[in-house]
Design a protein around this ligand. Structure first.
Ligand code: BJW
Length: 239
């Protein structure tokens, strides 16, 4: 039984946005079946061939801004949970899309960054970014040419806001992991932090068992647009 005063931490991954029309990474036909991580998602790749990395993220930004890409029933259910749950709800997303905020979620951490922002590799200035990035652009804060990059976290880089995330995990009464394959750390280890430090209940909502499935107390498998609203209803029915 989950106490209604228990803080909830929700971890989301690419699977929650699949039904909104955005590709996952590791499923058949996913992003990593089309491009190699070492070519587009490491700081070394960007240093070696920034045009290629910009082209990859510019194309994904175009896809994300397509009028058909909208929050789905899972994003909307989590926003409803945040508005209603007495103990508070924090969403930690690995996704760089903006579908949680468009659904109305407010307590939200983008641990792998945001595609609709740029960052200066020299001074660290972060700016909104709706258009293509290129090496020909200058940072509007420091004026340096050719140093703007997408505001995303590549392999080998430190995810964002880790202190706040670990603090929330260490006192979570309920941890819900949605649409993530559990292959990428540190996110894949969050379930263990909740179990070891908060003794909270842990549940995985995914299409199939993730790499870390055995670490969870409970699991429900199915499409996020179906299983997430049903699970949120189950929690809110207890209020
Ligand atoms: C559905 C569904 C539907 C489908 N409904 N479900 C050895 C060498 C070098 C590094 C390492 C190493 N060993 C460990 C590391 C660390 C490394 C790492 O984890 N590597 C592993 C691959 C082994 N991690 C890092 O480098 C991270 N930094 C780091 O560790 O810093 C040091 C540190 C130390 C101590 C504390 C803290 C930090 C950085 C990782 C950065 C990841 N970046 C990316 C790209 C971001 C930008 C972008 O989007 O391009 O993030 S990679 C990619 O994977 C992206 C995702 O956020 C991330 C996770 O993927 P996700 O979301 O799980 O997607 P999928 O596709 O894998 O899974 C989708 C799931 O959904 C599947 O299960 C489906 O079944 C399911 N599904 N349809 C419900 N309709």
């Amino acid at each position: 039984m989950i106490k209604t005063a228990a803080p909830i931490v929700v971890l989301t991954g690419a699977g929650i946005s699949k039904e909104s029309g955005l590709d996952t990474f590791r499923d058949a036909g996913g992003i990593w079946s089309k491009v190699r991580i070492e070519d587009v998602a490491t700081p070394e790749a960007f240093a070696r061939d920034p045009d290629r990395v910009h082209a990859f993220y510019n194309a994904r930004r175009h896809s994300m801004l397509d009028a058909d890409v909208k929050p789905n029933a899972a994003h909307l259910a989590l926003a409803r949970l945040e508005k209603t749950w007495p103990g508070g709800v924090l969403i930690v997303t690995q996704n760089i899309d903006n579908l949680h905020e468009r659904a109305g979620s407010q307590a939200l951490i983008h641990m792998h960054g945001e595609l609709l922002k740029s960052r200066c590799g020299r001074c660290g200035d972060v700016q909104p970014c709706l258009d293509d990035l290129s090496v020909a652009m200058a940072c509007q804060a420091c004026g340096e040419l050719g140093v703007l990059r997408p505001h995303v976290v590549w392999f080998g880089e430190m995810p964002l806001h880790m202190d706040a995330i670990e603090e929330a995990l260490a006192c979570a009464g309920l941890f819900i992991s949605i649409g993530t394959s559990g292959n990428v750390y540190p996110a894949a280890g969050f379930v263990e932090i909740v179990r070891d430090y908060a003794n909270g209940h842990t549940i995985e909502l995914n299409l199939e068992p993730s790499a870390g499935a055995s670490a969870f107390n409970e699991a429900i498998y199915g499409e996020a647009g179906i299983v997430v609203p049903a699970y949120v209803d189950r929690l809110l029915d207890k209020l």
